[in-house]
Write a protein that binds this ligand. Structure first.
Ligand code: ZN
Length: 125
């Protein structure tokens, strides 16, 4: 991959990273705030209806699920940035074939080519 393309992808990845890490800390604060609230045992804040309790738990699980996804993406972005430094960026980390630029534009932190990604989704990688 050409130097200027690598530089462009590095910029995109850094920007994505910045946006995501902002999101993660907001979500983490939100989830922690809810945990503290539950741990405090303050009865005056107890939800009255069981339906409320259910939706509260659901919301928290949902938030924690989002954090997990974003942390995975962040890790993938970091790995992609490392591959830019190593000049292996743009190659599938499994079969080492070049990943099409169109795929990298859609998902710059992609580590597999389409074929290997399919294998991964089937649990074969
Ligand atoms: Zn591959």
């Amino acid at each position: 991959m050409r130097k200027e393309d690598l530089a462009r992808f590095r910029k995109i990845l850094m920007l994505k990273r910045e946006l995501l890490s902002g999101d993660v800390s907001t979500l983490q604060n939100e989830a922690l705030r809810k945990n503290r609230h539950e741990a405090s045992g303050d009865l005056s804040n107890m939800p009255i209806h069981m339906a409320d309790v259910g939706s509260d738990n659901f919301e928290q699980e949902f938030t924690l699920g989002l954090i997990e996804n974003e942390e995975t993406t962040l890790r993938e972005i970091d790995e992609a940035l490392k591959r830019i430094d190593d000049q292996t960026f743009g190659k599938c980390t499994h079969c080492e074939k070049s990943i099409p630029v169109a795929r990298l534009k859609a998902k710059p932190h992609a580590r597999y080519c389409i074929e290997c990604k399919r294998l991964e989704e089937k649990g074969l990688l």
